[in-house]
Write a protein that binds this ligand. Structure first.
Ligand SMILES: *Cc1c(COP(=O)(O)O)cnc(C)c1O
Length: 367
């Protein structure tokens, strides 16, 4: 028998979350962002559930090919565009749309021999300062692209740095203004909203535009935790990381647990050892007190996370023992939910990082 740790993907939750975004922006088209292997879920594991999207967006050509191989004939968008001229051949052959964020990418297109008209998203750097043309250089880039016979359609995009900002801070307003000012009289579709902007401000036509680009919310994590939780947003977890108790210890007052003896019992207690460690993708930075479910009952971790094991407090679950179900995040057998966002917070990171970091040695299954 393999170690009992398992990542279970929930297609019904993916469908639910997609529908939740649809409700927020009923008249926008929707790119389902499936980069990083669908935020660690596996593109093959989410594809059917997310088919209701209008397109799939990612970074890697290899991921785009996989989506085509799964039978998707609709739009596919490379959010960072191509990385070398040769990539354009596959874009032509598979009808893949691609972002254009720098002059070199325009040069490559101009030199590309193709009968197939390319659809591109011209990307503006409106303040994030990662990729894109600044507002002052945007129009010249558009004019160059617009003159190319290789280009059939030009759309416009930008990406927000502060869409999850607490209320009262500027958030997206400056970037939004720059983007719309610089594209005002240019013909073409527009896309600005990531998950946070879409759910929080999608009622504003300037934010939802023609296309939204949600990622994290499709996977059931809150886009602005801890301001609002996933449950408050009406999102359901799409990934459960579960395992079992493989050992039980009875501690006396003064006994300590794990490497570095970071937890010491102040009274007699029962502890469960769980087959899950940082080599499975569970964050080592989680200290004593990180929430965890045992038989669907909320309890806490104790001491340091080791490579293959961690310890949980069995005090609130006196009936639990060897073989009991442990839910590291997601949905327990009894229906109780532990949001990945709570575990991420205990580790000083985001749900994004945890869901992407589940290790290859963890088997995945679909329920
Ligand atoms: C990752 C990404 C998104 C999705 O972001 P979320 O915060 O997960 O919704 C949207 N647009 C671009 C350009 C991205 O790189």
């Amino acid at each position: 028998m393999p170690r009992p740790i398992l990542a279970t993907i929930h297609p019904a939750a993916l469908r639910h979350n997609l529908e939740r975004v649809r409700q927020a922006v009923p008249d926008a088209k929707l790119w389902a962002v499936v980069k990083a292997n669908a935020y660690g879920h596996g593109i093959e594991n989410v594809f059917e559930a997310l088919r209701g999207a209008d397109g799939f967006a990612m970074l890697d050509l290899a991921e785009a090919e996989r989506v085509r191989q799964l039978g998707w004939r609709g739009p596919i968008l490379l959010l960072e565009g191509v990385f070398e001229p040769r990539d354009l051949e596959l874009c032509s052959r598979l009808s893949i749309w691609h972002a254009v964020h720098c002059d070199a990418q325009i040069d490559w297109l101009a030199a590309h021999k193709t009968q197939q008209g390319h659809r591109v998203f011209l990307k503006m750097n409106s303040g994030m300062n990662r990729l894109g043309f600044t507002p002052g250089r945007f129009r010249a880039a558009w004019a160059r692209l617009n003159a190319l016979p290789q280009v059939e359609e030009i759309s416009f995009m930008t990406h927000f740095s502060d869409a999850d900002a607490p209320a009262g801070q500027p958030g997206i307003s400056v970037q939004l203004q720059r983007f719309h000012d610089a594209t005002r009289d240019l013909p073409g579709e527009r896309s600005v909203g990531n998950s946070a902007a879409t759910l929080r401000q999608g009622s504003d036509a300037q934010v939802r535009c023609d296309w939204v680009r949600p990622g994290i919310v499709l996977y059931g994590s809150s886009p602005d935790y801890p301001q609002r939780t996933a449950a408050e947003w009406g999102l359901q977890p799409t990934q459960t990381l579960s395992s079992r108790i493989i050992g039980v210890q009875h501690l006396a007052a003064g006994d300590s647990v794990g490497y570095g003896s970071r937890f010491t019992a102040d009274a007699p207690m029962r502890l469960g050892t769980v087959a899950c460690g940082y080599a499975d993708g569970y964050p080592r930075h989680c200290g004593t007190g990180t929430p965890v479910l045992v038989d669907g009952v909320r309890t806490r971790t104790l001491g340091r996370v080791s490579m293959d094991m961690l310890a949980v407090d069995l005090t609130p679950v006196p009936g639990a023992g060897l073989g009991s179900e442990v839910t590291l995040w997601g949905r327990a057998g009894n229906g109780a939910v532990l949001s990945i966002d709570e575990v991420a917070e205990a580790a000083g990171t985001l749900g994004y990082e945890l869901m992407c970091a589940v290790a290859p040695r963890v088997n995945k299954t679909i329920d």
